[in-house]
Every structure is written in C-alpha cells, then in structure tokens.
Design a protein around this ligand. Structure first.
Ligand SMILES: Nc1ncnc2c1ncn2[C@@H]1O[C@H](COP(=O)(O)OP(=O)(O)OP(=O)(O)O)[C@@H](O)[C@H]1O
Length: 260
C-alpha cells in the first residue's frame, strides 16, 4: 500500500519561447521561464496578462504555435499521459450547476489512474477520502458542488488535484474569494506539498503573501517579463514593468489586505 502522503521526486518545468493564440490572435508572446524542482513559484501579472492561458498551455489544453513545454525532460503530452501535472482551475471556469457531488469531483482526479471502464478501486476510494479529509471537506462529500461556498469550492478542486497525485501542481488564483483562514490553510498545505517534493506554480493577486511562502516569482504581461528567486526579482522595478508603474510591493507588505 502507498504511503498516506507520498514523497515524490522533485522535477523541473521548462517553458521555452512559446507563443499561444486564440483564433489566430497571439496573446502570449515568446514566453520563457524555468521552475526549479520542488519550488513554489508565484505567477504575477495584471488581468488579461495571460496567466490562465499559460496554465492551459502547460496543461496541453492549448497548443503553442511555437516553442515547447518540457516537464521532467518529457514533452507535455507524455507528461500528461503519466499524470505528472495536476491543475486547479479558476472558479469561473467550472459549471457549478453540473449535478455532481463533492466526492464525484475529487474522484475525477483518479480517472487517469483507472482503466477505460472507470470503475474506482478500493485504493481510489481511500485516496479520495484522505484528500477530502486533508482539505477539511469530508463531511460535505455528498453535497452538490453548486451548494458550496467560494472557499469550499476551492478546497474541492484542490482535493481533486491532490487525488490525481501529480508531481507538478498548477493553481489558478486559489485565494480569490476565500477568507483569511482558508488562505492560510491553503498556504500551509502548499508548504507541506513542497516539502514532499512537489513543484507548484500559483497565480495570485495577493502580492503581500508571496514572500512568506514562495521561492520563485514569474512576472507575466503578454510575455514573461522576469523570473527568478523572490529575493532577486520581486522588486518594485519588476512590479512597475508588469503593472505599468502603478504598484510598489512595499505598499503590499504594509497593507496585507490589498489585492490588485
Ligand atoms: N477563449 C478565449 N478566446 C479569445 N480570447 C481569449 C480567450 N481566453 C482569454 N482570452 C484573451 O487572452 C488574453 C489573456 O487572458 P487570460 O485569461 O489568460 O489572462 P489572465 O492573466 O488569466 O487574466 P485574469 O487575471 O483576469 O484571470 C486576454 O486578452 C483575454 O481576453
């Protein structure tokens, strides 16, 4: 039987010179960066800057017109086949009226581990139960997903990603619409996942918390403007370049409530 919370071999993510377009219109240009194995990286940029588009390209949902995404020395399709990358989408991308329960959603994270009949094994059920307990949603497992609060919805999709047991985790704005306690709990969970070897990319508008739990920052606005360690690149100059000169990160340290 597998260890309850598995340790994984940390792996890197390389995004190399990708262009991504919707209907021929390029929205992400020549984007390049690398995530170090076993780090938490914040993806920071303005609304419409291309964060969700980048996640979809890394997931293989959108195919770059040029460039490549390499995960553990594998092209993205192979990495997806091996269930290496798990994704927590923005809440707006989910149809909350869909008649599925919390438990059903988390079980979807196991689909890639099942055969084509998709009959869950005892291990699948065990993993779903454990991940629901881990995010504090086990007692609500039978509830329809539309009957959850914003913070509970985030937890369910986090549980789905955990159930998938991907080594790389992509989280698109997990803090939007959640209260301070839930944000703290999600950060603690991410820190634990990093200690277990996971590589994590998280888009966030909460600049004030980045230096408390992230190792790397990736600045994005239609391209990657800068990336590297928090110490080296989380600077006023890079914030100004990314947001057009209107933000200074010291103001976020002083006012933790501020969000872009
Ligand atoms: N399905 C789509 N079809 C056409 N254009 C799109 C589509 N999705 C996004 N875009 C455009 O691509 C650009 C990048 O959008 P994206 O959603 O990646 O930004 P974002 O940084 O995630 O924004 P936000 O912070 O508001 O979530 C925007 O100009 C957006 O209008």
């Amino acid at each position: 039987m597998r260890n309850k919370y598995m340790t994984v071999e940390p792996i890197s993510v390389l995004v190399e010179d990708i262009n991504v377009a919707y209907h021929e219109k390029v929205v992400l240009h020549n984007a390049t960066f690398e995530l170090k194995p076993g780090c938490i990286a914040a993806l920071v940029g303005p609304n419409g800057g291309g964060k969700s588009t980048l996640f979809k390209a890394i997931m293989g949902f959108l195919t770059p017109h040029r460039g490549r995404v390499v995960i553990k020395d594998l092209p993205i399709r192979k990495a997806q086949q091996k269930q290496i990358v798990a994704y927590v989408p923005q809440s707006e991308e989910v149809d909350w009226n869909f008649p599925v329960s919390v438990e059903d959603v988390v079980m979807m994270g196991r689909y890639g581990h099942m055969n084509w009949l998709r009959i869950p094994s005892a291990e699948d059920h065990r993993i779903v139960r454990e991940t629901l307990e881990r995010v504090g949603m086990y007692s609500l497992r039978r509830r329809q997903i539309g009957e959850l609060s914003g913070g509970q919805r985030k937890r369910v999709f986090l549980a789905r990603a955990l159930a998938q047991q991907g080594t790389v985790m992509l989280l698109d704005e997990p803090f939007t619409g959640v209260d301070a306690n839930t944000e703290k709990e999600i950060i603690e969970l991410l820190i634990t996942l990093r200690a277990q070897g996971h590589t994590i990319l998280i888009s966030t508008h909460d600049l004030g918390s980045i230096s408390t739990f992230c190792d790397q920052v990736v600045f994005i606005n239609r391209t990657i403007l800068a990336y590297g360690s928090v110490e080296d690149v989380f600077t006023d100059d890079n914030l100004a370049m990314t947001f057009g000169g209107v933000l200074h990160h010291r103001s976020f340290y002083n006012n933790k409530e501020s969000k872009i």
